[in-house]
Design a protein around this ligand. Structure first.
Ligand code: RB5
Length: 142
């Protein structure tokens, strides 16, 4: 599975830890940032969302301080369903009910073990379809 990942400075250290922890079994494309120097999260969230928007099989992980900036940015892109997740059940439901294809993580509000669990859950939980398929099909506006 192709996994795109990006963060701002607040998420940089977690981004690096995630790539190392999940190095086996996934093809990673890192869209930056590449240091803890202060940056603007849309400069990294937009390229990731553009890549996910064009590849229905791809997944994305976006990380900033709260997760909100990157999620808000990514959700401007057609076919991108970025879900801000901070606990196990929310990550599972983001896949089961929303068919989320981008996981947005709040680096300043979760520890590393929680982040790894959220990512495992996001990777290993299937969309339930059924009534949720109808709802998800109504999300795009163009
Ligand atoms: C950076 O200080 C912070 O604003 C950013 O990481 C994010 O939380 C924005 O939504």
């Amino acid at each position: 599975m192709k996994v795109h990942i990006a963060s701002d400075h607040a998420g940089y250290e977690l981004k690096e830890a995630v790539k190392q922890h999940f190095s086996m079994g996934y093809e990673w494309e890192d869209h930056g940032t590449f240091s803890t120097e202060s940056v603007d999260y849309p400069d990294f969230a937009h390229p990731l969302a553009d890549a996910v928007s064009k590849d229905v099989t791809a997944r994305g992980i976006l990380i900033c301080g709260t997760g909100n900036g990157v999620a808000i940015t990514a959700n401007k892109h057609a076919n991108v369903r970025a879900a801000l997740c901070w606990n196990h059940d929310i990550a599972a439901l983001a896949r089961q009910h929303n068919d989320a294809n981008v996981l947005a993580l709040p680096a300043r509000f979760i520890d590393q073990a929680t982040a790894f669990d959220l990512i495992s859950t996001f990777f290993n939980t299937s969309f339930e379809g059924g009534r949720h398929e109808r709802r998800v099909s109504k999300i795009n506006i163009q």
